[in-house]
Design a protein around this ligand. Structure first.
Ligand SMILES: N[C@@H](CCC(=O)N[C@@H](CS)C(=O)NCC(=O)O)C(=O)O
Length: 208
């Protein structure tokens, strides 16, 4: 059984989707970001960065003591290795999936996050910052769009890289970037959104 420390934001949703795709049993612990639960000493002991998501695998594949894993990309890789699914072992396929996963972690997530921050949450409107992060986000989405013009998934097969990108692509409009000119990304989103595991992962919300 896996303990999932979660809130329904893109980085959290990557992991709820992955756990559903992998068919792993998990218990959800809602970490209320609005109340600052992610900064509690007990939580920071599991995730030194004080952010969601985190998992604790009570049955890790090395057979040892319960294992805490933080950083959504690292969690996806860990779960892929644990299950032997959606994260190839063969060197070339693995390098490609890892590249797109790191691209999501290092570029797509942070740029959309900053674009949303400066568009909606910054105490003052700074046109330079809004434009800079929205333009960079559009540049990244254009790369994704051209990728999907000739393939179904970001690499040859569905992988943890698609799972990492999906909830962030859904969040684009919050960052002020619309998908009108990115038809291939829209089709990929609707195709993945039909998968029962993606539906269940995205439906995980805190109790009212
Ligand atoms: N690189 C981290 C980023 C995690 C992250 O930024 N999580 C956000 C929610 S999507 C969070 O916990 N925010 C709360 C805060 O900033 O205090 C990961 O991918 O796990």
């Amino acid at each position: 059984m896996i303990d999932l420390y979660y809130w329904n934001t893109p980085n959290g949703q990557k992991i709820s989707i992955a756990l559903e795709e992998f068919g792993l049993r998990y218990t959800t612990h809602f970490v209320n970001l609005g109340k600052g639960d992610q900064k509690s000493a007990a939580y920071v002991a599991l995730n030194p960065n004080g952010r969601i998501p985190t998992i604790v695998d009570n049955d890790p594949y090395d057979g040892g003591a319960p294992l805490a894993v933080f950083e959504s990309g690292a969690i996806l890789q860990y779960l892929g290795d644990k299950t032997g699914k959606l994260f190839p072992i063969e060197a070339r396929a693995r390098a490609e999936v890892t590249g797109w996963l790191m691209w999501q972690m290092g570029a797509v997530g942070p740029m959309i996050g900053q674009a949303e921050h400066f568009a909606h949450h910054a105490p003052e409107k700074i046109p330079y910052a809004i434009e800079r992060y929205q333009n960079e986000t559009k540049r990244l989405v254009a790369i994704l769009d051209s990728r999907f013009s000739h393939r179904e998934f970001v690499t040859n097969e569905l992988s943890i890289a698609d799972i990492a990108l999906y909830p962030w692509a859904l969040a684009l409009s919050k960052a002020g970037v619309e998908l009108d000119n990115f038809g291939y990304v829209r089709s990929w989103l609707s195709k993945l959104g039909e998968r029962p595991a993606f539906k269940r992962g995205m439906a995980l919300v805190p109790p009212a």
